[in-house]
Design a protein around this ligand. Sequence first.
Ligand code: HEC
Ligand code: HEC
Ligand code: HEC
Ligand code: HEC
Ligand code: HEC
Length: 420
Amino acid sequence: MNCEKINRDFCRLHAVIILNSCIMKKTGYISICIITIGFLFASCEGPAGPSGADGTDGIDGKDANETCKLCHNNNVVLAKAFEYEYSLHYKGEAFEEGTRNACAPCHSHQGFLDVVTKNTPATITANPSDPTKFINNYVASSSVLALPGPINCFTCHSSLHKDYAATEFLPLTTTAAVPMTMWGGTKTINFTKSGGNLCARCHQPRPITAASGAMIDYSKLVSEPTATYNMSSISYRTGVHYGTHAAMASGVGGIEFGSGYTNSQHATKASCASCHMATPSGLAGGHSFSPAGNYSGCNTTNCHSGMNASNTTLTAARTYVTDKLKELVDKINALGNGHDILQKDPEDGLYHGYFDIYDSGSNRTGYWKNPSNGTPAFPALTNAQFGAILNYQLIVRDASTGVHNYPYIKTLLDNSLTAF
Ligand code: HEC
Ligand code: HEC
Ligand code: HEC
Ligand code: HEC
Ligand code: HEC
């Protein structure tokens, strides 16, 4: 038995504990602390020698209130909180969807931290107790579903208030590559620039599943284009959900008919934060997350100069995407032989990618299958047509009209138009 080593380890341990507790305390304790540690080491080294002269007093410990002030002031917490109050993360009500385990990972503060901390996989796997059924594993624990909270500072900056140090805004809650839930984890979004993967965790599309819960085989939409689509039922809400931005911005996860897919410089040289959290101007930028009319993120060294609302690079891309989306939706709607396949929003007159199918809960005015107009059967679609509809949803809900990743979005549109 090595007594010396045990003594040394014992002493180190105590010194660490005492130091830690001293640092947490306020003024005055540091000197007592130093004396205690001195005593501990002395007691380890064998019989004490004659006392030395008193040391000089230690400097005062830092008052905890001082570190609070480094953040809790007008220029840091308050300034960002004002910006944040313009954000839909703050103003929106989508966090109330967080009472369901399939929704909470992206909709509530608690659900997001749950899947990040547990590293919940994005896989869809056979149900061990019923092999005919499949389980989407990307769900939040049931313990975090009651009274979900909105996305807030602590959602993205999960290190805050751990040690109350001024540097705790970083690291962000997660910067890891994001296995895509739409693809059961078989495709991954990975922004190399800081901040992108944090947003991509939530701003990614969701899977299309069959009644068994199994993910459909998206590859057949491309490889067997003329076969009748029968991998899932089709209802009002069938689709990739709303957060398609990270898929489009990274150029991963569209139904890739044909070839020629490339990415914009944005995919590697920018990240969500470059444009959505640029230096504030007007009511945009910073923690408002709004890029609307704010070109300060674009016009930076090694990126653009002279980018603005009337810059022809921007307007040409936007016009092209808007026109081709219109062409695509018209072609899709024509499959209904006189009645639209997709639903026209009664408020803005636009097609957001919902099917115009009757749903007793959420779409009582839907045309197809509506008992009040003779339940017309929804027309059979081919695999390619269904794939083109998914691409329409991916691009229209991306809402950047090409800005996120013009080359990828353009090819996805062009190839969807020629696929059927
Ligand atoms: C790294 C920066 C930082 C430090 C250091 C810091 N805070 Fe905070 N604190 C925040 C942020 C950010 C919020 C959330 C503000 C908001 O929601 O508008 C917050 C919120 C709070 C709140 C509101 C309740 C809550 O938890 O949301 C209290 C109380 C608080 N802090 C106290 C303190 C005290 C006391 C200290 C020092 C011991 C301290 N903070 C140190 C960043 C910091
Ligand atoms: C925890 C999940 C989550 C994270 C992380 C997240 N978002 Fe969001 N985001 C949402 C949800 C949910 C909404 C819709 C909020 C609502 O309507 O109540 C939203 C809304 C937005 C909007 C407004 C969209 C609109 O329709 O006007 C923007 C812009 C946005 N987020 C950008 C970002 C950026 C940039 C990041 C990363 C810095 C990010 N988000 C991180 C979930 C998230
Ligand atoms: C993979 C992340 C993710 C999951 C899982 C998810 N959502 Fe969302 N959802 C989002 C994002 C991101 C937005 C915001 C998109 C935007 O505003 O541009 C959103 C928006 C919404 C909206 C607002 C749509 C609108 O018209 O603006 C509703 C409602 C919604 N989700 C419901 C749900 C429900 C219900 C579930 C579970 C069955 C769910 N979501 C699961 C990411 C997700
Ligand atoms: C949706 C995610 C998200 C939310 C919510 C959020 N932030 Fe941030 N914040 C970020 C990102 C991303 C960055 C940029 C980090 C980087 O530069 O890598 C950032 C940067 C910061 C910084 C600068 C940190 C540094 O050292 O450069 C501060 C300060 C900050 N945020 C404060 C806040 C406060 C206060 C709140 C709440 C009112 C808040 N944030 C809410 C995502 C978020
Ligand atoms: C190159 C700059 C750029 C990058 C990079 C970028 N965005 Fe965008 N984003 C925009 C612009 C511009 C719009 C359109 C805003 C408008 O029309 O008002 C937009 C639109 C959006 C919207 C819809 C907002 C709305 O008002 O409906 C969301 C949500 C969004 N982006 C999230 C993201 C996320 C998440 C990322 C990273 C995965 C990202 N963006 C990367 C510039 C960018």
